[in-house]
Design a protein around this ligand. Structure first.
Ligand SMILES: Cc1ncc(COP(=O)(O)O)c(C=O)c1O
Length: 390
């Protein structure tokens, strides 16, 4: 066994789901590790034996803020810890008055929540526009042509949840900034599979949650707001954890935090904080560079194998992952057929979603390719699509 294989076995053994299945659904929920389970156990014991150690819990919450900030190359004061991406982006959206600039420009590749949050701002003056994709691709020129002096913000999904397409972020950011518009990166479908640095990405806002590739639970997400913008943006939703001094318990004083904490609301989800930190630390121990290289290898092996089988991938052939989506005549039936063979994956519309993380192996890919071949009648062949699209 090579060192890489031995290392992979050691990592994989920490995720019990692999004892009885091949887990390929990190795009929906990261697999549970022993580390995250232990963190939950620790929290339960504190609760059981200490009752209400809130000082310690709030301290851990601040530790989490620092570690998430560090992970994306930001300062702790630039991070709001929120219960979901929807909650964080909603709070941000209420901070704009849509007077000087009205347009929110996004594409049809965004996760639904991004559309809903900004569409809810229409009655406050927002003009929400959606770019139409060209097949499974969104050339950056579409953004370049559409962004104008009325564009306020451009929300961009890093990876599209339904086809695995990676947005051309640097071109989009350059076009937006050249015309004075902000960029919000929704990195949920990629965050945890590679090193991240918001300064290098040059985005104004960044959001992700902990339940997918960060290997944590649902119920915790974070929103980064570029430092120079925080004081200019005051959300019109609030709560005591959005205030400068929550523990003053001053009901009649409204003083939003000077930091990005102003985008938060109420009592933090402490169990999630403990588990999310354990997931993040496990990944940091392994190294994000290593995760990225591993995921890229598995992704290209699957895409090559699929091409040899003559099946149609919705994901571009040069993808580095983590999400590969294959077109199916009945994606739900395909998920069920694979489940009967021990695979856990998911579907969206006509796409079978396969996602890789550090715990997946080349053997997973080989076994999956054999299972795809056995169920080929449910998969769209690349030739039939070419003919259909003529
Ligand atoms: C790209 C993307 N953004 C946002 C979300 C949802 O975020 P939340 O449920 O935390 O609001 C998802 C969930 O699958 C997603 O894939």
């Amino acid at each position: 066994m090579t060192n890489v294989q031995a290392g992979l076995q050691a990592i994989r053994s920490r995720f019990p789901v692999f004892r009885n299945s091949i887990y390929l659904n990190s795009c929906s929920q990261g697999a549970l590790s022993d580390a995250v389970e232990e963190a939950m156990q620790k929290l339960l014991e504190m609760w059981r034996y200490q009752g209400s150690p809130w000082d310690e819990w709030v301290q851990e919450y601040e530790v989490a803020r620092g570690e998430f900030a560090d992970f994306i190359g930001a300062e702790a004061d630039e991070i709001a810890l929120v219960p979901s991406v929807s909650a964080g982006v909603s709070s941000l959206a209420t901070a704009f008055d849509f007077s000087a600039r009205k347009t929110v420009l996004m594409s049809e590749f965004e996760f639904p929540t991004m559309g809903h949050v900004w569409l809810a701002q229409q009655r406050r003056g927002a003009n929400v526009k959606f770019l139409r994709a060209q097949g499974e691709q969104l050339p950056p020129s579409l953004y370049d042509q559409a962004i104008d002096n009325d564009t306020l913000i451009v929300p961009v999904t890093g990876i599209c949840f339904k086809n695995g397409f990676r947005s051309h972020l640097s071109e989009i950011t350059a076009a937006a900034h050249a015309r004075g518009a902000y960029v919000l990166l929704d990195d949920y479908q990629d965050c945890g599979t590679r090193p991240r640095n918001v300064r290098e990405l040059d985005v104004d806002f960044y959001t992700s949650g902990t339940l997918k590739y960060l290997l944590g639970p649902s119920g915790l997400a974070f929103l980064y707001v570029r430092k120079s913008l925080i004081s200019k943006l005051q959300p019109s939703v609030a709560g005591w954890f959005s205030q400068q001094s929550p523990f003053d318990f001053a009901t009649e004083r409204f003083e939003p935090a000077a930091s990005a904490r102003r985008f938060q609301s109420g009592t933090p989800p402490i169990p999630n904080v403990y588990m999310a930190l354990a997931g993040l630390r496990l990944l940091r121990e392994i190294g994000f560079q290593n995760v990225a290289a591993h995921v890229a290898q598995l992704t290209s092996a699957l895409l090559e194998g699929v091409q040899e089988l003559g099946m149609r991938a919705k994901t571009p052939a040069n993808s580095v992952g983590p999400l590969v989506v294959l077109q199916s005549h009945d994606a739900e039936a395909m998920v069920k057929a694979l489940a009967r063979e021990g695979f856990i994956c998911s579907s969206r519309h006509d796409g079978l979603r396969i996602s890789f993380h550090i715990y997946n192996s080349m053997e997973d890919v080989e076994l999956l390719l054999k299972a795809l071949a056995r169920n080929a009648e449910l998969m769209v062949q690349s030739r039939s699509v070419t003919t259909a699209s003529r």
